[in-house]
Design a protein around this ligand. Sequence first.
Ligand SMILES: [Zn+2]
Length: 106
Amino acid sequence: MTDWTLIYQADNLIQAHCIKGLLEQAGIDVNLQGEALQGAIGELPAVGMSVDIRVEQAKLKQAKQLIQTFENTPQSQWLCQDCHEMNESTFEICWHCGHDPLSEIG
Ligand SMILES: [Zn+2]
């Protein structure tokens, strides 16, 4: 049985997924609590609900360092031209309306 330990409480689903991706890249299994209640991104509001991020007890120290690095790195967000929502730099299309900013180029 995996011993999940709460490492971080994200402000919203987007932030939770950023951190989840970051940790998984480092080979750390991540468990998100609260995500199941919200459905897929784009269908339901992804903001305004905190998400608990849990990792294996054995990976806690490594995960904490990664999150610290993440928090100290300035995020370059982009503004959706369609619905004027802010998007994380890792998002290729708007989380809110699905708008693709690259489609405007050319
Ligand atoms: Zn949008």
